[in-house]
Design a protein around this ligand. Structure first.
Ligand code: C2E
Ligand code: CA
Ligand code: CA
Length: 765
């Protein structure tokens, strides 16, 4: 089970995940802060061009323009004029009349009275504007028409909201006034019944120039076509330059505010726009990018084009249904992800391709998880450096290409990897003999020289071959490079890697590491308790050597001890274990335990005349009495039953040490041998103990060993006791001591001392 934290940590370590994360974070930032609005406005504006449509002609604008002012020879019309205009429009059949002005101040009392009187004639027909003063809080109406007018006319809000950089204008449905909400002019024109809060974006695809417009003065004089305003709503708008009511309409230019109102009203008539915001597109793109980023190389130019097409086309269609989708946050996600995965790909490519030659690098092969069937070949060019040195320019790519071409002449399917002076490939030739033929052929071809930049050059190379396709690729690469090295050294064209011989090579390297490892603490000693079956107490321990190699990990003792014995390097190791064991035993005994320590001694060492001196020296150093140490000796083929060996054992026993016959039952030890050995103890090998509860033959053998050993007064230890059941059987058989996983595995000294009973002073204390 992996904890969520581990999972998160692993996720975070993945470059691809981090790309996705940063892309989404950037998108979210953009969405939440709305900094993408200007780009959104530009996109929406651009799309309006695709849908250009005429205005529906239901709303007419009457312009109080420069032409009118000139004609009437005034700076502004009077309220009396406005009253006459209303009269004219009513006569012409206008449905409603909206003034795109506020009239919050009084002109002259007479003129105001005229206008109020006119308004009173047409209840419900005329609307006056209201808005916030330019310096006021833009949320709330502060400029309201005079009371004299509002008693007789309706009020509509003229407020609009400029987007950043004036790239668009949105409108509210209503605005807050001194006595509650006031509908916006567009909402009123569209006869909306319920007015939501918030703002909406008019559909600027409506062509402002198609909105019917007439001059104020012509309307006033009723010189406009008879049906121009019949049944229509009219906006009276101050469009003369001096009124400065001009704004930038997306893609349509600098236009009077009234045209915005017409377009906004027409937008609302076709339905209130639905705002989906920025999250849907962001989620969609995140999902797509998430898939693309986690799998390799999905963000190809084609899939990017697809993404852009989907994300770009959806709003074009949605625009027709007045559904607003904000794209910029989603585009930011896609953009960041694409940009960052591109650079990631570059990085990945850089390490997987040899920059000099363009061939895949060895690193690429090492990291590829593919199993490589067949032969792996390494070609090492001996004079590589010299060749490159002969040219002023780098000719590495050309040289590599030439070599690769020649390799492929007879091994067409080869995938070639390159690193420095080595070319490595997996041969498509199944038969190793074919591969050797191929390499020899290649050698002949190349011997005739190859041409680089018009120059004839001599190329000398040697090859290594690895046939063992059951091994891990990393091992195979190491092996084949080693084989090529060997070919160079032995001056062979081809050297085939030989697992067994190179195993020996490995052992030698292990051995040389061993001495160093003893010095720097990688070698240590574990202790496994020996329990007395009569008292059920731990009476001793076997010292077992351990080697934790920093790179190779735990190396089994059987393995390196065999090597140390074979290369006659066991003495140093034994001395180390003896020393550790004696030190441990002395301290345990000092705490009051009745305790003896067992150490394994290779039979080989019994021929070493210095052994007793070495052991006694160690005991001395730790003031451990010799009776407290048991030497376990295995009867193997290395154990020679010579007089010399016998004398050595006698000498050890004579100095007070105890001997134990290890692994009894596995060799060809007999009762005679037992009698001949000056050993106090016999250890029955674990192979007989482990299954004695199920295997009757093992049981009877164990039984007879115990009887036999007891008959000549030897103590019997059973090793490999793994269950309570076996322990019980051994107790019934009068076995003296047991050792095994049931009691404890071999453990570090600190742990071992915790297994001991509370200190109790003994006669040895
Ligand atoms: P050994 O002398 O027969 O040691 C007993 C082995 O049995 C140990 O393996 C121990 O871990 C294992 N063992 C103990 N109880 C059980 C059990 O209940 N079930 C099973 N399945 N195994 C059990 P280890 O430590 O791997 O040692 C292997 C061999 O390496 C030892 O066999 C011994 O011959 C040799 N060795 C270990 N340390 C030294 C040393 O310092 N010097 C020499 N010369 N040989 C050593
Ligand atoms: Ca042993
Ligand atoms: Ca054993």
């Amino acid at each position: 089970m992996t904890s969520p934290r581990d999972f998160a940590r692993r996720l975070w370590r993945s470059r691809r995940f981090r790309i996705l994360f940063s892309a989404v974070a950037a998108g979210l930032f953009c969405g939440v802060t709305m900094i993408g609005i200007p780009i959104e406005d530009l996109l929406i504006g651009t799309r309006t061009v695709l849908r250009r449509q005429p205005a529906d002609q239901d709303i007419v604008v009457v312009k109080l323009d420069d032409n009118t002012l000139r004609d009437l020879d005034v700076d502004d019309v009077t309220r009396t004029d406005d009253g006459h205009l209303v009269d004219s429009l009513v006569v012409l059949g206008a449905k409603r009349i909206f003034f795109d002005r506020t009239y919050h101040f009084s002109q002259t009392p007479g003129e105001d009275r005229d206008f109020a009187r006119t308004l009173a004639k047409y209840p419900g027909k005329v609307f006056l504007g209201a808005r916030a003063a330019p310096d006021d809080d833009y949320e709330e109406i502060s400029l309201f028409p005079s009371k004299a007018f509002t008693d007789r006319a309706g009020v509509v809000s003229l407020m609009g909201f400029n987007h950043p950089f004036k790239l668009s204008v949105s409108f509210p449905f209503r605005s807050k006034g001194p006595d509650g909400y006031v509908p916006s002019m567009s909402a009123k024109l569209a006869d909306m019944e319920t007015l939501p809060g918030g703002i909406f974006r008019p559909d600027y695809s409506i062509d402002a120039s198609s909105i019917p417009q007439f001059d104020y003065v012509d309307a006033l004089r009723r010189k406009i076509p008879a049906d121009a305003v019949r049944g229509k709503d009219v906006i009276v708008a101050p469009t003369a330059i001096t009124f400065s009511d001009f704004h930038e309409m997306p893609m349509q230019g600098y236009l009077p505010g009234a045209l915005f109102q017409v377009i906004a009203a027409q937008t609302l008539k076709t339905g209130v726009p639905v705002k989906l915001g920025w999250t849907p597109a962001l989620l969609l793109v995140t999902a797509i990018v998430g898939l693309g980023v986690t799998r390799r190389r999905v963000l190809t130019p084609w899939s990017i084009a697809g993404l852009v097409a989907i994300v770009g086309a959806a709003p074009v269609i949605l625009d027709f249904y007045r559904v607003e989708l904000e794209l910029v946050p989603a585009m930011v996600v896609a953009g960041v992800a694409i940009f960052r995965s591109r650079s990631l790909e570059k990085v990945e490519k850089a390490t997987s391709v040899n920059q000099a030659s363009g061939l895949p690098s060895l690193q690429a092969l090492r990291t590829s998880s593919a199993k490589v069937p067949g032969n792996l070949v390494a070609l090492k060019i001996r004079n590589y450096g010299a060749i490159l040195g002969n040219f002023a320019e780098s000719v590495e790519a050309e040289l590599a290409e030439e070599v690769a071409r020649r390799i492929r002449i007879s091994d067409a399917g080869a995938v070639i990897y390159h690193e420095g002076d080595v070319f490595l490939w997996t041969s498509a030739l199944r038969d190793p003999v074919d591969t050797l033929d191929h390499l020899e052929g290649l050698h002949r071809i190349v011997q005739n020289g190859i041409r680089i930049e018009g120059r004839e050059i001599d190329l000398s190379f040697n090859c290594g071959v690895d046939k063992d396709d059951q091994r891990l690729l990393a091992t195979r690469i190491a092996n084949v490079l080693q084989a090529a090295e060997r070919a160079v050294r032995d001056d062979e064209i081809v050297h085939v890697h030989d697992t067994e011989r190179d195993e020996a090579q490995f052992e030698i390297s292990l051995l040389s590491a061993l001495d160093r490892s003893i010095d720097n603490g990688e070698v240590w000693v574990a202790y496994q308790p020996k329990v007395d079956l009569k008292t059920n107490r731990i009476k001793g321990a076997e010292a077992l050597v351990r080697w934790t190699h920093p790179e190779r990990g735990f190396i089994p003792p059987d393995h390196f001890i065999r090597i140390a014995e074979e290369y006659h390097r066991i003495e140093r190791l034994t001395q180390f274990v003896l020393n550790e064991a004696a030190k441990a035993a002395a301290s345990i005994i000092a705490q009051g335990h009745d305790f003896a320590i067992s150490v394994n001694i290779s039979a080989q060492l019994l021929r070493n005349a210095g052994l007793p001196g070495m052991i006694l020296g160690v005991l001395e150093a730790h003031r451990l009495p010799p009776e407290r140490m048991i030497l376990e000796i295995t009867e193997t083929d290395k154990f020679d039953r010579s007089e010399k060996t016998f004398q050595m054992m006698q000498e050890l026993v004579g100095s007070g040490l105890q001997l134990s016959i290890d692994d009894f039952g596995t060799g060809n030890a007999t009762i005679d041998y037992l009698r001949y050995m000056p050993a106090r103890e016999v250890k029955i090998d674990k192979s007989f103990i482990q299954h004695m509860d199920t295997n009757p033959e093992d049981l009877s053998l164990v039984q007879s060993i115990i009887e036999m050993a007891h008959s000549i007064n030897r103590r019997v230890v059973a090793e490999g006791v793994e269950t309570e059941h076996v322990m019980g059987m051994l107790r019934d058989l009068q076995c003296d001591m047991i050792q095994g996983y049931y009691i404890s595995k071999p453990v570090k000294l600190e742990e071992f001392v915790t297994l001991l009973p509370q200190p109790r002073m003994s006669e040895y204390g």
